[in-house]
Design a protein around this ligand. Sequence first.
Ligand code: SAH
Ligand code: ZN
Ligand code: ZN
Ligand code: ZN
Ligand code: ZN
Length: 423
Amino acid sequence: CPLGPALLFVKTGQENTEGRRFYACSACRDRKDCNFFQWENEKVSETRLAAREEYNRNHQPSFTHGQNVERYKDFVLLPLSKRRFCQECQQLLLPAEWEKHSDHQFRCDISTAQLRSPSRLLYPLENKKTNAQYLFADRSCQFLLDLIIDLGFRRVLSVGTPRLHEMIQSKDSQEEDFRVRSLLLDIDFRYSQFYTEDEFCHYNMFNHHFFGGEVASETCRKFLCEDNGEGVIMITDPPFGGLVEALAFSFKKLMAMWKETEKGGHNNQELPIFWIFPYFFESRILEFFPSFSMMDYQVDYDNHALYKHGKTGRRQSPVRIFTNLTPSKIVLPVEEGYRFCAICQRYVSPGNQHCEICNSCTSKDGRRWKHCVLCQKCVKPSWFHCDNCNCCTLQNHTCEKTDAGCFVCGKSGHKRSTCPSLS
Ligand code: SAH
Ligand code: ZN
Ligand code: ZN
Ligand code: ZN
Ligand code: ZN
């Protein structure tokens, strides 16, 4: 499909019937956005193949990345009064094109500062199922960058983190002694208007597809392998609706690119990674990356009302950092109340109490959790032990079991829509 190789899914049938396998778009979960569909063993006729190719060609962006780079060079030569950005087409305009966009809304006097911060110029894509863009609040973006610098990294592979990328890029062009560089991999092609082929690759993180082909994947490989692989970290903040398995597949491919280097060649060394994702995906992530651990830091966003950092209940962000670096090295801001637990050897949120029985700081959501002797583990403060279900759960649940595991947390006993993690 236009977004690269499709993924093989399985339609689970009724009990005892084997599910039927089919290919569908890797990135779009809504058939309205991409209706690619093919049964696993289906024979596709020549005519349909041709039609498909034609369709894919027609769904390419109107300019190539190379053309956009040339256009940018022309654009920055224009005086401020001639620098326009079309809001409808989300495109920098050259004077010869004004006519064509005359009945569109546009912004004028696009400054150098604005060009350095495209995530503030472009509107965030809001398609819930495919491509919801949640941009870091300054607090979190600055924290991540400070952390990267303190840890001694000099190169950042920014996978789906355009705002972090632009913070790094703009410091690099403004501050004398700033020594960090970033390469952005993202599916949002609008960014190709602002970055060269060495700064941005059009990339799909659900199938490890580089739209720029071999040349683009080589750019990425070289970036990872510079300095014999020393000093590089990958930071990713995928859409939360994304399939963990598909993401893990792609991240393993990126890790393998780095593995070829001298540094990666040493036993058990892994490409350092920060994977930013909600805490209730912890068990899913650890399934694929046993070396990862979850940090208590709450990542928050500008344009997400529910995921704001703060002390009050529901407004606390559920988004965390998963990393394969040693937890004790990830220093969380003490001025925000995070403190170091000497027993767990990691920084924890203010409300996270060390449980003597579990022998760990067990809170996942920042609130103080309580220990249940029957479950033999700590649970959310709002839960109680239900003798029917034989586990701790919400007070007003209905005691019924479903066999299939929950899509969100993987546990049995409930479906995705009633997952206690989400509440
Ligand atoms: N918090 C980040 C943005 C995260 S939003 C920041 O402020 O920098 C998710 C990002 O992933 C968006 O930039 C979006 O364009 C990108 N994205 C969504 N689907 C993707 C896919 N299939 N492949 C690559 N990037 C994708
Ligand atoms: Zn598609
Ligand atoms: Zn502890
Ligand atoms: Zn406990
Ligand atoms: Zn219990």
